[in-house]
Design a binder for this molecule. Sequence first.
Ligand code: KIV
Ligand code: ZN
Length: 393
Amino acid sequence: MTAPSEKDQVRIFDTTLRDGEQSPGASMTLEEKLQIAEILDDMGVDVIEAGFPIASNGDFEAVSEIARRSQKSIIAGLARAIHGDIDRCGEAVKHAAQGRIHTFVSTSPIHLQFQMNKTEEQVLDIITDTVTRSRNLIDDVEWSAMDATRTPIDYLCRCVEAAIKCGATTINLPDTVGYATPEEYKDMFVQIRERVPDSDKAIFSVHCHDDLGLAVANSLAGVAGGARQIECTINGLGERAGNASLEEIVMAIRTRADVLPYATQIDPQFLVRASKMVAGASGFAVQYNKAIVGKNAFAHESGIHQDGMLKNAETYEIMRPEDVGVKATSLVMGKHSGRHAFRDKLKELGYELGDNALQDAFKRFKDLADRKKHVYDEDIEALVEDEINILGE
Ligand code: KIV
Ligand code: ZN
């Protein structure tokens, strides 16, 4: 296992309030955004992307207010490669102790042709102009190559070189459409960092969408390729299939420290609370089987698993529920449950039955579970009371 001092620190850049809010129907109020920003700041998020200031007066207000209130996190705002966007963003983030302008432009052939109607040379001029303008307003400037993973590597190298030359301090290479595979994504970072002059002057960042369900794997692969900032969202909220999920990344790095020699400064105890807060504010419920924060992430119903869990939790859990803010593992009583878990549940409810009564109650519990989707504690209590009455007759 790698000693903590040997681990490379990876920054967590949370974009729940920007890319997350771009999910159709996920708009949040100012009050909700302030609460979410507060918990992100408390949990140790390095950079909070608080919004897109040019998008609306409400977004400008939210970014400005989060900037005023943030205690530890850097507060970033997003800006297209347009002077008006950059200036408005600079206005909003200037209130922060540490503010950042995050400006982006598309670099892939398909975006240049259909979205921007610009040549490669014109886009290079835009990068030079907009990164310089941002740097004239603030020292901390992030530049993103939108659709980087579908951009020819030679041209991407030229774009990154231009951005670094003009003073970008973070270079983000997004997998905007969730198209990359982990090997490809890692290789892109390796190549760019090797080939671009002065690449060590900037921190490289991953930003992955989940269209193929690879966002977390790709993010970790990008880090293996040398990136040291991960852009992600609580619950993986985000455009289309969403962004890489913050809680999954943080817990993967913690749990597999043996093969992922990195550290984040996130306190995982906040993860479940933050997940509930974002689900409530966005109206996007978390699926039961969602890794880390789903209702079933630490629940077991099968008899074999419950038996193992009662003997040693590590038989079927690779993380401790308390570490992410869940009170305890839950052994759900259902038709797959075994005798061991049933006896334990009775004990928890205050009953101790002899062998024959237990055998009988267990059979009746199984019959009930076959008929009923959810067997609650009250159902088991009723069943046992019945058993006791039968014995008493
Ligand atoms: O997915 C993307 O490319 C983005 C950029 C604006 C960073 O969200
Ligand atoms: Zn995105």
